[in-house]
Design a protein around this ligand. Structure first.
Ligand code: SF4
Length: 315
């Protein structure tokens, strides 16, 4: 379905106290694949580049370099017209359902404009199609004429999902779709995403900082640290090898009252994305590092089938 190769996104930031521009490396050479009907989880701390990666894949922001193949077509090498056609098949669900809806537009119109813009059905059919989409996501026909403020957070996320599936896409980037919702609503939205995946054979890139959620719903998980993928595999809570992934997993609550949390506490904050340390980017916080880690940067290697790790000390 989707393959990205060595994708980079750098931002030039002007500091008012300096004459030169600083380069912020948000995404720094990421390669990933998402298969048909699969959910790939992408986890990492805030600021590691997850959202920038998701937006770059959809070309909502232009990548600095790399390749993005969607069903075999490199979407970085196509015209605006061709891109518009492919965009119909690639959609995004944003993190904040409050901010992603225009408060002055009735939700029926907000969903219908997707059909109108992409000319996906005749104008006289838009109402019926939108009502059908509302029902698919668990809302009602009467909701068509309501404004976003008349809905709860979970319902607004359902509206955003209806907008995302309006063009019957094949691939959706879901950027922290449940992080602003309470636990019960989170479960309902995740169930809805699962149902839609089965119904429409959707592929998801599911971005989250919550490894607990990602492990439950994703076929594979990629862990991102400072713009790079440092581990990728199946069932990482049992098989993790990279010290950073292990630290993330150790921080997940066990869900059993009184259960002992053998937490690995990382020292310090992640280094500045303007100025990465030499060698392994994780070395200032790594609890097993040795000399080689400060001199040379490890590459992502396949340690066992379908399990990739970027660490000098993991063989
Ligand atoms: Fe830690 Fe070295 Fe592995 Fe980096 S390469 S994760 S510093 S052991």
């Amino acid at each position: 379905m989707l393959e990205i190769k060595n994708l980079k996104k750098y931002f030039k930031i002007q500091n008012p106290f300096q004459t030169h521009k600083n380069i912020l490396c948000a995404v720094d050479g990421v390669s990933l694949k998402v298969l048909h009907g699969e959910t790939l989880g992408l986890v990492g701390e805030s600021g590691c580049g997850k959202t920038t990666l998701g937006k770059s894949i959809l070309r909502l922001i232009e990548p600095s370099s790399g390749e993005i193949f969607f069903e075999g077509t490199n979407i970085l090498n196509i015209s605006e017209r061709e891109l518009k056609k492919i965009r119909v098949q690639m959609q995004m669900i944003f993190q904040n359902p409050y901010a992603s809806l225009n408060p002055r537009i009735r939700i029926g119109e907000a969903i219908g404009e997707i059909l109108e813009i992409h000319k996906l059905c005749e104008n006289k059919m838009i109402y019926e199609k939108v009502v059908h989409l509302l029902e698919i996501v668990g809302l009602q026909k009467e909701d068509y004429y309501k404004y976003p403020h008349e809905f709860s957070g979970g319902q607004r996320q359902r509206i955003c999902i209806a907008r995302a599936i309006a063009s019957t896409p094949k691939f959706i980037v879901a950027d922290e779709p449940v992080s602003s919702l309470d636990v019960l609503i989170q479960a309902q939205i995740i169930k809805l995403l699962f149902e839609l995946q089965e119904k429409f054979n959707l592929s998801y890139l599911f971005i989250s900082h919550d490894l607990r959620i990602v492990e439950q719903i994703c076929n594979r998980v990629a862990v991102m640290y400072l713009g790079k993928i440092i581990e990728e595999g199946i069932n990482l809570s049992q098989t993790a090898l990279h010290p950073y992934t292990k630290a993330l997993i150790s921080a997940v609550p066990k869900g059993v009252p009184g259960a002992r949390l053998n937490r690995i506490r990382l020292q310090g904050d992640p280094p500045s994305p303007f100025d990465f340390p030499k060698g392994c980017r994780f070395h200032p916080r790594c609890y097993i590092k040795n000399e080689i880690c400060t001199n040379s940067e490890p590459s992502l290697r396949e340690i066992e089938p379908c399990h990739y790790v970027s660490c000098h000390l993991i063989q």
